[in-house]
Write a protein that binds this ligand. Structure first.
Ligand code: ZN
Length: 89
């Protein structure tokens, strides 16, 4: 996708994941984003449910709404996120 991180002066510390979300959902400073928030809907191949993804804010369980309760992809993403959080502490 050739995503450039930190392209915008205000997004200098943007990660590749954040740049990908911005590419898909649009910038955070648009009128629409400020009024309604940003989200992207995608089909999870693990649980075959439509997921409304709100970005990288509050952890996968909160940010990726719509997975089945026993979705292995969500469980793996949550475990990886928790491990990264523990490693940073
Ligand atoms: Zn899922």
């Amino acid at each position: 996708m050739n995503l450039a991180t930190g392209r915008d002066r205000d997004m200098a510390s943007e990660s590749v994941a954040e740049a990908a979300f911005t590419y898909a959902a649009g910038g955070p400073d648009t009128d629409f984003a400020r009024r309604y928030g940003r989200s992207v809907v995608w089909n999870c191949k693990s649980c075959d449910q439509l997921v409304t993804d709100h970005g990288l804010c509050n952890g996968p369980a909160e940010d990726e709404r719509g997975h089945a309760d026993n979705c292995p992809r969500l469980a793996a993403t949550t475990a990886r996120c928790d491990a990264e959080w523990e490693a940073e502490r």
